[in-house]
Write a protein that binds this ligand. Sequence first.
Ligand code: SF4
Length: 356
Amino acid sequence: MIERRKTRQIEVGWVKVGGDAPIAVQSMTSTKTHDIQATLEQIRRLYKEGCEIIRVAVPHEEDLEVLPEIVKNSPMPVIADIHFAPSYAFRSMEKGVHGIRINPGNIGKEEVVREIVEEAKRKKVAIRIGVNSGSLEKDLLEKYGFPCGEALFESAIRWAEKFEKWGFYNFKVSIKGSNVLENIKANELFAKYTDIPLHIGITEAGMGTKGIVKSSVGIGILLYKGIGDTIRVSLTDDPVVEVQTAYAILQSLELRRRGLEIISCPTCGRIEVDLPKVVKEVEEKLKNIDKPLRVAIMGCVVNAIGEAKEADLGLACGRGFAWLFKEGKPIKKVKEKEMAQALMEEVLKYDGKGKV
Ligand code: SF4
């Protein structure tokens, strides 16, 4: 088991972050926030996928105006993402958001940041201090030459200590760079230095496989070191994929689970069925089933016997058929086109404790 770093706990609306709370999964809408219908529809899809905190961009007046409607109808706490415009931070809080994300470096004078903090304190709004390699303070860029891990850390701790000096503690910090190694270094330095909760992620990771791998490596290494109280996978994709990837990362490190764990073989020349099709069908049929079960789908009997012992239920395929097994023992022979349905029925009936 991974031993998580001991952090203090904060509250973003009704979601606790840090301390002994599970690592929270976040995402950000990609719609125009002022398009209420599209934004709420995306928020609901993300919530269904397991997202727990949602951030929305507030770049214009029209986005500010719809915040009360979004907050009222969102099933999860809403964070307003504010850049360059301190007045938007105050007005978002006025409109009822549960949190704001600011990069103090681009907000302006320190007194203005302090006023925002004082208002958050009064309104019991959480703040995320977002430090980003793309918007590092000038003096740190001059000191270090480029947005290295040390520079990112120094920027983050500089603001975190000010927040504490001003008597505000309901905040978390994110230090994000698109360079995985600098990102890890900055978060490690921060984690060693303080117990402030960390939101982790790799910013602008990209799209498709590359984006998922880059995020998984960066986030996964930090999580393995016990660092990270909430995560966001940033992808150039439907944000639903971000949430699915976040859970896949957490599940592979046994930090959280959601739904069934499906194990399937990579296939090889021994295969006698269309395994990818079977796996897709099983995933589709079982996607809304939230039982702590491990299900194995194996292309042939070679590894099926061993995997069957590790799984609660599974399929070991032959030519056009499969053995359905339960707790390591074959219980039924099923035809290829009935495999997914037979497995689903067995999952629904399963009354054991489950191995996940
Ligand atoms: S389980 Fe069978 S089909 Fe699948 S990769 Fe292993 S040997 Fe090949």
